[in-house]
Design a protein around this ligand. Structure first.
Ligand SMILES: *Cc1c(COP(=O)(O)O)cnc(C)c1O
Length: 341
């Protein structure tokens, strides 16, 4: 049995999802004539209680589009040092928008309002880049799936408003955060100027992200998506997966969280594991003792048919997901418990 835990993006569409694709009514979405894409966009905008939404091929493109819309070349955005927009989008922040990042030294990818206030450049001090945007990530990827408290996000909203900063949420795994913290998507819709969500992470779609915001922002996003080459034609087939996933694969995310907790427990029993980050959602980040190479650990797991990935610095990552079944889980815990060096 092959057990792939490198990411929650490794899922394949189920029979039911493939059926939803087969039955989708499609049209040319570049002319906004794909009824299924229009339905998905309306659905996601309503879920967050915001005006409008736009379907994109990837979460990188939704984030990059939002950054482009909220900044001018030379500006600076503020984010945590672990942020996906800074670490994992190929330098797109500077390539696409000509902006730099002010990094906050937060905890597990999260920071507080006081740290943000410290990071804002004075608007009339023309020697420094102009601070124009704050990017939040929830759940945090490199931070090990940690989730923000709404209270902190509200304080930051206030600071953004007082300092004329736009407020963007990279919500690639916002679904996991809402399940974990029992929050409503409308809470997020009220706070942020733009929200990016992925359908291809925990929800099990093969591709697709959605950018949500005001009518004006989304109208302008249409042009940026075009410039980035993200206009797709009969893409209702993918949007149909998104609709199916939102209706069927959201509440089961708690299963992924439960399995991640059980993996955390097993890891903590292994003498050669130095530290396991506290598990909140579906991501487990842990560190191996420096006298056991993480490379060897990865190899041993691979021999047993289990794939996980390295995050550098002897840190490894496991992500649970829709296609990680109870049988695989039992088998994996068994393999872990028996692994020795
Ligand atoms: C996966 C991810 C994205 C975007 O991913 P794509 O692979 O481009 O769809 C953005 N932010 C975070 C936090 C992510 O984990």
């Amino acid at each position: 049995m092959e057990i792939n835990l490198i990411s929650d993006t490794v899922t394949k569409p189920s029979k039911e999802m493939l059926n939803a694709m087969l039955e989708a009514k499609v049209g040319d979405d570049v002319f906004k004539e794909d009824p299924t894409v229009n339905e998905l966009e309306d659905k996601v905008a309503k879920i967050f209680g915001m005006d409008s939404a736009l379907f994109f091929p990837s979460g990188t493109m939704t984030n990059q589009t939002a950054i482009k819309l909220h900044t001018s070349p030379g500006d600076q955005l503020i984010c945590d040092k672990y942020a996906h927009v800074y670490n994992y989008e190929g330098g797109g922040v500077s390539f696409n928008s000509g902006v730099s990042c002010k990094l906050i030294n937060g905890e597990r990818g999260m920071f507080n309002n006081n740290q943000l206030i410290q990071a804002i450049n004075p608007p009339d001090f023309y020697h420094s880049p102009k601070s124009s945007l704050v990017c939040i990530e929830n759940t945090t990827n490199k931070g090990g799936g940690a989730c923000w408290d709404l209270k902190d996000l509200e304080l930051i909203r206030k600071t953004c408003s007082e300092n004329n900063l736009a407020y963007h949420l990279d919500g690639a795994r916002i679904w996991n955060a809402m399940i974990k913290k029992n929050q409503s998507p409308k809470d997020y819709g009220l706070l942020f100027d733009s929200i990016s969500v992925c359908l291809s992470k925990g929800l099990g779609c093969p591709s697709g992200s959605v950018l949500v915001g005001s009518k004006d922002l989304i109208n302008r996003a249409l042009r940026v998506r075009k410039v980035l080459g993200g206009g797709m034609r009969q893409v209702g087939y993918l949007a149909a997966c998104g609709i199916y996933a939102l209706d069927n694969n959201f509440s089961r995310l708690s299963d992924d969280h439960q399995r991640a907790l059980e993996i955390e427990k097993s890891l903590k029993n292994l003498s050669y594991i130095k530290k396991v980050e506290p598990v909140e959602t579906n991501i487990v980040i842990f560190e191996i003792d420096s006298n056991v190479s993480s490379h060897l650990f990865l190899e041993k797991l691979k021999d047993k048919g289990v794939k996980i990935i390295s995050m550098g610095d002897n840190k490894l990552r496991i992500v649970t997901h829709l296609d990680y079944t109870v049988d695989m889980h039992d088998s994996f815990l068994n393999i872990l418990n028996k692994l020795s060096f």
